[in-house]
Design a protein around this ligand. Structure first.
Ligand code: SF4
Length: 73
C-alpha cells in the first residue's frame, strides 16, 4: 500500500464529493488517502485515459443499474 495522499486529489472530480458526503468518506479513506494506486480513476489518469465523473475508485459506476453485469449468468 503506497500511503500518503493521491497526487490527483486537487484535480479529481470525485474527491470533493467524498469530502462533503460523509457516507462516501470510506472511499476517501480507503483510496485517496491510502491505497490510491489501486484506484481505477488514478490508473486511468496515469494512462491519460478519460475518466467518467461517475466512475468509483473500485471500478463501479455510480448510478448504474444494480443488476448490470451482476446477474443473468
Ligand atoms: S478517487 Fe482516485 S484519482 Fe480521485 S483522488 Fe481518490 S484515489 Fe485519487
Amino acid at each position: 500500500m503506497p500511503g500518503g495522499d493521491c497526487k490527483h486529489i486537487d484535480s479529481c472530480t470525485l474527491f470533493p464529493v467524498f469530502k462533503v458526503k460523509s457516507f462516501m468518506s470510506i472511499w476517501k479513506i480507503s483510496y485517496c488517502q491510502g491505497n490510491w494506486s489501486a484506484c481505477v480513476r488514478y490508473q486511468r489518469a496515469e494512462r491519460g485515459e478519460p475518466i467518467p465523473t461517475n466512475l468509483l475508485p473500485d471500478g463501479q459506476v455510480l448510478g448504474a443499474p444494480a443488476s448490470a453485469g451482476a446477474k443473468g449468468r
